[in-house]
Write a protein of this length. Structure first.
Length: 76
């Protein structure tokens, strides 16, 4: 399967091919994926073309800031 035809599932951890924070796939539209991520402690969301995203294989691909943010977010 070519990279541009990558299929993502709800809950997959993805990142823009150009870099940036790791994000969670929240929903799927006809041509875009809705993703969620944290910027500091604020939940953000956005829609992205699947062709612009890559699957993050493991926590090793997450940068230190992403790991720290994900570990310090309080859930109430």
């Amino acid at each position: 399967m070519s990279e541009s035809k990558q299929k993502f599932k709800l809950g997959d951890i993805v990142q823009l091919k150009s870099g940036g924070p790791t994000m969670t796939v929240d929903s799927e539209g006809k041509s875009e994926l809705a993703c969620l991520w944290f910027a500091q402690s604020e939940l953000r969301n956005g829609r992205f073309s699947a062709a612009s995203l890559k699957l993050v294989e493991s926590n090793k691909e997450m940068d230190v800031g992403d790991r720290v943010a994900s570990e310090t977010v309080a859930v109430s």
